[in-house]
Design a protein around this ligand. Structure first.
Ligand SMILES: [Zn+2]
Ligand SMILES: [Zn+2]
Length: 341
């Protein structure tokens, strides 16, 4: 079969012919239909600092996917060939304190598919059945393909009660845009998005997020027009930019709640005095709550949340270089790779 592989400790990726996977007793083999490209995959392509410390080539990459079960291991009872599935990309130990308490997303020994274990950018792909999520019939293949990042957005956005609240989202990448749509869906009052990329700000407005601003704007000056006086109640940092985090800290009200999903540089400086004297609450977000974020995601899609407009491009997997170039240009939302046609 064909797979997209990081073959050596240097930039780039290549399509390789590799052996088809075989399921262990508790695993299934999925015939991949579609995958989408994550920022993580771009880091691996570029062979940056993080990926050179994390990835052990050769590694088949990719963790955003949907497909149909091709075969199941001898102990699998709940899945059959032909089931439409997506799945959780973090494989957990099942034995640590958090796993045993049902908080699998807080496992101390997690392995990422497409990072530590062979990924989904392949014609066939092996995954433990405990990580599968059955895709309801009414969900399109494209939406099932972006369950992983949508689940990140659900996890971050539903961390706090947003009903009637004023919410600031810094970073209009796909997860930032998804979060803005979720915040509106669950009843936030003002949802304000900032970024420095005009294409993404425009896309955000097209998706119906009207309060979308270039990050250079002074948010305090905008507040009166949004009927706000003291600052944002909740902020979601989704850009990984230290400037954005500092904007958040200066434009939230006392006692505000902040979630961090964007990966900030280790030497990011903030005003710790503001954190203390404004009584701020800061929470880190990694992955999805397994599987609570997934259930909430399906419920919101069923009750009118629409994220289709976020998907801007689709390529055949053989043209992955073109897909990566589009992402690097900054002129894209979510980019899909098709493994069938
Ligand atoms: Zn991802
Ligand atoms: Zn664990």
């Amino acid at each position: 079969m064909k797979a997209i592989v990081k073959n050596s400790s240097s930039p780039g990726l290549s399509i390789q012919e590799i052996e088809n996977p075989k399921p262990g007793p508790l695993e299934v083999i999925v015939k991949i239909q579609k995958t989408s490209i994550c920022g993580t995959d771009i880091h691996i392509y570029d062979w940056d600092d993080w990926s050179s410390k994390t990835i052990n080539p050769p590694m088949q990459i990719g963790h955003e996917w949907t497909g149909v079960i091709d075969s199941v291991g001898s102990e699998i009872k709940k899945y059959q060939p032909g089931d439409r599935v997506s799945g959780e990309g973090h494989i957990v130990c099942g034995e640590c304190r958090n796993c045993k308490a049902g908080k699998r997303h807080l496992c101390i020994d997690q392995h990422g598919i497409g990072v530590h274990l062979p990924g989904a950018f392949a014609e066939y792909f092996k995954i433990p059945a405990t990580n599968l999520f059955k895709v309801p019939d009414w969900i399109s293949d494209n939406i099932a393909t972006i369950f992983d990042p949508l689940g990140n957005a659900v996890h971050a956005t539903l961390s706090y009660d947003l009903v009637g609240e004023d919410v600031l989202i810094t970073g209009a990448g796909p997860i930032g845009m998804m979060s803005a749509l979720i915040a509106k869906h669950v009843g936030a009052r003002n949802v304000v998005v900032t970024d420095i990329n005009e294409y993404r700000l425009d896309l955000c407005r097209e998706l119906g997020i009207i309060h979308t601003y270039h990050a250079k704007n002074d948010l305090r000056e905008l507040m009166p027009s949004l009927k706000m006086s003291e600052g944002f109640d909740v902020a979601l940092e989704m850009s990984g930019s230290p400037d954005a985090l500092n904007n958040i800290i200066s434009s939230v009200k006392n006692g505000a709640k902040i979630a961090l999903l964007g990966i900030l540089p280790d030497d990011t400086k903030i005003s710790w005095n503001d954190v203390i004297f404004k009584d701020l609450f800061i929470k880190g977000i990694y992955g999805r709550e397994i599987f609570e974020s997934w259930y909430k995601m399906i419920s919101m899609l069923d009750s009118g949340l629409s994220v289709d407009g976020l998907i801007t491009h689709e390529f055949h997997y053989e043209n992955f270089e073109e897909a990566i170039a589009v992402i690097k240009s900054g002129q894209s939302g979510k980019v899909i790779l098709n493994w069938e046609k």
